[in-house]
Design a protein. Structure first.
Lengths: 180, 180
């Protein structure tokens, strides 16, 4: 019982440390995104991984990760659709960068010829989808927010979010699938 | 105070639920990797994100994520080198797959022309680096393990791990850098 209590305290303490690393520390400092009124969720960088992807073929070369709060992760793992109220999905986008150290290994031809590794470089933006069936009824139950360097994008940008997610309507407007 | 206590219990309960989802449920079921004797750490899929990358240019097309246990994440965030004993880094590798839903949006030319999204498809393998300065003194303090579908690779494969990580010697043999 003593060990259980210790574990809980330790997890709590670590969660707190993570939350302190969010650039905007206080609720009052954080600017809400237009239309949906969403602020950057405290501690989102500590959330668990949903999946990763990268963009190629155009001028944007990005590596990306999607993280989910506990409600999101449970819904993904159990295949629950639509996602329940309280779900928040964070999409982190970085410029892709080359990795000298990795490429030194890959240049040797191991594990196969011609490979290069592209890693996460500077942050581009962070996007959030927040599920609230009542509040966001007009947009499939989702609120959307896009932040660059902690600052929300403008209203014009936020007007594109829902339309952009329509092709994923069969999966409750969510593109990301849980990676095994 | 009541609220704090509730939060700690909730985090503890969720951590437990996550651990139950690891495919190999019992310590006894899990086969250790050769040379280093490392088994798949229970609950690693719940660990926090270090960074992501992808491989391109050759026959292997993969998207990848690196997750860290609490000791690893704290070391990355504070820039602590060498990594302390107890650090575990997990590298998850997936075959890259195309995303029909994402590509429908990108085909419209938004947000810029010619883009395609490549997402995590089937799992390829999962690798672990475990820091134990005494136990693994001969290999920079790190033990290495590689698993495919829950089964460890052979001794020949595991003999390549340390040599492969030598180019990252200045960062304690760790390729991954923490993504902002």
């Amino acid at each position: 019982m003593k060990r259980i209590a210790f574990t809980l305290v330790a997890v709590g303490a670590l969660g707190g440390a993570g939350a302190l690393m969010v650039p905007a520390s206080g609720q009052g400092d954080r600017e809400a995104a237009p239309i949906y009124g969403i602020t950057i969720p405290v501690g989102y960088r500590d959330w668990r991984l949903i999946s990763v992807n990268h963009l190629a073929g155009g001028t944007l070369k990005q590596v990306r990760a999607q993280l989910g709060n506990d409600i999101a992760i449970e819904a993904f793992r159990t295949g629950k659709l639509p996602f329940p109220d309280g779900t928040i999905i964070a999409a982190l986008h970085w410029n892709e960068a080359s990795s000298d150290e990795s490429n030194k290994v890959l240049a040797s031809g191991f594990p196969s010829a011609g490979l290069q590794s592209f890693v996460a470089g500077s942050a581009v933006n962070v996007q959030f989808m927040v599920k609230d069936g009542k509040k966001y009824a007009a947009t499939g139950g989702w609120g959307f927010a896009d932040f660059t360097s902690g600052k929300p994008g403008d209203e014009t940008l936020h007007k594109t979010c829902y339309a952009c997610h329509l092709p994923a309507k069969d999966r409750d407007f969510v593109f990301a699938r849980y990676a095994p």
